[in-house]
Design a protein around this ligand. Structure first.
Ligand code: NAI
Length: 782
């Protein structure tokens, strides 16, 4: 083509980035990689090929780790951990800063290697993946520097097992490694089998930075190696990013092990275009939402919802834009869409799209490479929410969608998914945008922009998109745990009948408390409660599965509580405190009588005080504004989790229940509480206090009965978002396993005790557990 012809057509030429340095680095490493354990590369073992998906060429051979390799890596991390933590925050900060500097120094090499290995356009690896990875290390060098003063009362976990996916290989490594190291943990990380190379280059960077040996260990291999890491008995905390199916397996596999767990899983994120949106910007946003990284993005805006009045015009603009997308060699700097990571993933995308018969399918009219793993940008419109493609994660450059009429219909459609990772909304009307953002079930909401990330802004999902946050102080929390004594908790048993037991003159069988009313148990059974001397005090109902379901239904029905003002919730908590204080003598007598220990008065006093504390917190546990290096701010809002099911402590029948109930309802949750099993009657006495304190029906529901019998139903209930257990029955494994179904958040005591009368019995840990962070990105100063 002549220069003149080029001027006339205005076509882009190709602008290939050189692969020479990256290929030379691979050759220098000898083409076969071992693992990075205890500060050095091991000899390669059984190897598998790592290929360039754009060409099919073999780039290198990577080792499949054995159990012995994983054991060695975990042992090295364990040996290194104490010394690493002892360096102190500022000491660790120097190393993390050095890693950031080296990532910057070798940015080009990392970018090219990433594009070769993963197939993503060099423009993205160069301008997004690698700079964001650097930013993550810089930001966390700062978190380490401030750690000793800003994270008082938090302990480090120890050894972290981290498993990352193939869509952002280095960036996901950075998200995992940087905060872990900042807090004083050491890590064993496994990259995804398709994309191990930048993790191995990172190992080289760790060596260059002089990082103490064993602080970072990288083992490669497939899912079976991931499983060895997450189930390893000497791993204290597991962090995983990947598919929801594997996330669920990890939840099950780690249940009851005492390991801390965060999961960042899949999504089917809505991209909502209101009729008053800047349509051209919204079209351009879609290029970033669903064609960024070939749509292989957990938070991709993959479900397009357009307001009916502008739908036709919007779709026409979109199709025109799709036709201009350039699909081709990832190393070409003028390419928009690169290669799909692996033929297997291409097959999955093809199968899902070919299996669809609904709606109207439009494939971009762009030149496609003749070989390699490529898929054309595709738009499928006119689907209904029930169509599989509106529900299933395709994880490819395929946008599906439908239209809506009213904002409330948009919210219904947006939330009609089991996922809740992200959502994007476009409107020029600030009222519409800021009215809709809080209504979306998503951990991240972008307004008039999409797929924006920063180390200072928490990222993570709700529902089946997982739990835990990465980025910001919220992300640091996931790599620490509250300090505490944690002595073993023995089973607290009630008393049985003694020789002087007389039949009761009047029936003193308490009831359950469901939907603001006293309710008879479904099964009609009760159990007897005796004093230490064996005297019958009363009977408590034995709740069954049906009662749990009724209580959850009542709690769901009280959803208005989440929308009340924090001021109102504070007033109600004060009111409960006041009414409880007025009945101090009754409760004191009851507790003393049931427990046989004369601590009732103290327990009531602390319970009243605790209610005051959470009334105080109700309007003070605020979110924050993250300063992100984009023209916007990220609002890290605190939202209630929803319905929290909780097994209350057995040892402090009133205080334990109040300690669990008060933070939960202060933050806007509704609760289903299972009272102390051996000493249930303080809870049943509390109904009257709740009734007279203006607590709306359904906000607090109280059951009595056998914890172990009720645990599977409450943990497995699909309408419960969170389950806590402070029971002295050993429920941790049961609850964590049961929670895998809809990936509930859990907080269990792992058989450890807590001093309910002291500082451990209240505070930020409870408020953190009672809230989710929603990060809302808002244009600001733009
Ligand atoms: P995957 O979830 O199987 O792989 C992610 C990582 O987990 C890899 O490092 C893998 O080796 C490891 N892994 C697999 N099984 C494991 C186990 N039992 N225990 C511990 N680690 C294990 O994802 P895959 O199979 O590569 O992709 C399948 C689908 O998953 C994609 O089509 C996409 O829908 C989704 N996906 C979602 C991602 C996200 O960021 N949300 C990332 C990657 C995939």
């Amino acid at each position: 083509m002549t220069v003149r012809e080029k001027f006339e057509s205005m076509d882009y030429g190709t602008a290939p980035e050189s692969a020479a340095d990256a290929l030379a680095w691979l050759i220098d490493q000898g083409d076969r990689f071992g693992h990075f354990i205890d500060g050095r590369m091991t000899e390669p073992g059984d190897v598998f090929e790592s290929r360039n998906p754009a060409t099919g060429e073999v780039l290198a051979h990577v080792s499949q780790a054995t159990q012995a390799d994983v054991d060695a890596a975990v042992a090295a991390a364990r040996r290194a951990q104490k010394g690493w933590a002892k360096l102190g925050g500022p000491g660790r900060a120097r190393y993390i800063y050095a890693l950031a500097r080296l990532l910057q120094k070798h940015a080009r090499l990392f970018a090219v290697l990433e594009s070769l290995d993963n197939g993503k356009p060099i423009r993205e690896s160069r301008d997004i993946d690698i700079p964001l990875a650097q930013r993550h290390f810089y930001y966390h060098a700062g978190q380490a520097q401030l750690f000793d003063s800003e994270y008082v009362g938090r302990d480090v976990h120890g050894v972290c097992g981290q498993v990352v996916p193939w869509n952002f290989p280095l960036l996901m490594l950075a998200w995992k490694v940087a905060p872990a190291l900042a807090a004083g943990n050491t890590v064993v990380l496994k990259p995804a089998e398709y994309t191990s190379l930048t993790a191995l280059l990172f190992a080289d960077i760790c060596r260059q930075a002089g990082l103490p040996k064993g602080v970072v260990n990288i083992v490669t291999g497939d899912g079976s190696v991931g499983e060895m890491i997450v189930t390893h008995p000497d791993v204290d905390k597991v962090a995983f990013t990947g598919s929801t199916a594997v996330g669920r397996r990890i939840r099950e596999a780690t249940a009851g092990s005492g390991k801390a767990l965060t999961l960042e899983l899949g999504g089917k994120s809505p991209y909502i275009v209101f009729e008053d949106a800047d349509l051209d910007s919204a079209v351009e946003g879609l290029v970033d939402a669903i064609w960024f990284n070939q749509g292989q993005v957990c938070c991709a805006g993959s479900r397009l919802l357009v307001q009916e009045a502008v739908a036709e015009r919007f779709h026409a603009k979109l199709r025109a834009r799709m036709d201009r997308l350039r699909v081709g060699s990832p190393l070409d700097k003028s390419i928009d869409v690169g290669a799909i990571v692996d033929p297997k993933q291409l097959e999955t995308i093809t199968r899902l799209v070919d299996g669809n018969t609904a709606g109207e399918t439009y494939r971009a009219n762009c030149d496609m490479p003749e070989t390699g793993c490529f898929y054309p940008p595709t738009l499928i419109t006119g689907l209904s929410s029930a169509d599989p493609l509106m529900q299933e994660e395709i994880f490819g450059p395929v946008l599906v969608g439908t239209t809506f009429r009213t904002p409330s219909e948009a919210v219904d459609l947006a939330n009609n998914t089991r996922y809740g990772l992200a959502a994007t909304l476009w409107s020029e009307n600030i009222n519409v945008a800021l009215d809709i953002a809080p209504k979306l079930a998503a951990g991240v909401v972008w307004i008039n922009g999409t797929n924006m990330f920063d180390a200072a802004a928490p990222f993570g999902g709700v529902r089946e998109s997982g739990f835990g946050r990465e980025g910001g102080p919220e992300g640091m929390m996931a790599y620490t745990k509250p300090s505490g004594s944690g002595k073993a908790l023995g089973k607290v048993a009630g008393f049985s009948s003694g020789p002087d037991t007389e039949p009761q003159a009047v029936d003193r069988t308490a009831k359950l408390y469901v939907g603001g009313k006293q309710a008879r148990p479904d099964g009609g059974y009760a159990y007897e409660v005796y004093t230490k001397a064996g005297k019958l005090i009363g009977q408590a109902p034995l709740a069954n599965r049906k009662d749990v379901r009724n209580a959850v239904e009542a709690a769901r029905g009280a959803s208005g509580w989440a929308g009340t003002t924090a001021h109102l919730r504070a007033q109600i908590l004060y009111y409960i405190a006041e009414n409880l204080a007025a009945r101090k003598d009754d409760f004191t007598a009851r507790i003393n009588q049931m427990t046989g220990v004369r601590t009732g008065a103290k327990e009531v006093d602390v319970a009243v005080d605790r209610l005051f504390t959470y009334a105080a917190w109700a309007d003070k546990f605020d979110g924050r504004v993250a300063q992100v290096p984009l023209r916007g701010v990220a609002l890290a809002m605190r939202e209630p989790c929803g319905v929290i099911g909780a097994f209350c402590p057995d040892d402090h029948p009133l205080l334990g229940l109040v300690s669990v109930m008060a933070p939960a309802i202060a933050m806007g949750n509704r609760v289903v509480l299972v009272a102390s099993e051996p000493f249930p009657l303080a809870a049943t006495d509390l109904y009257q206090v709740l009734d007279t304190s203006d607590v709306p029906g359904g906000v607090v529901n109280i059951l009595t009965g056998r914890h172990a019998e009720l645990a599977p139903t409450l943990a497995g209930h699909m309408d419960v978002e969170t389950v806590w257990s402070f029971s002295s029955s050993d429920l941790s494994a049961e609850i964590e396993r049961g929670a895998a179904g809809n990936l509930k958040r859990t907080w269990v005591n792992n058989g450890r005790s807590r001093d309910w009368l002291g500082a451990e019995g209240e505070g930020r840990a409870f408020l953190d557990a009672a809230t989710e962070t929603k990060t809302v990105w808002v244009p600001y100063g733009a």
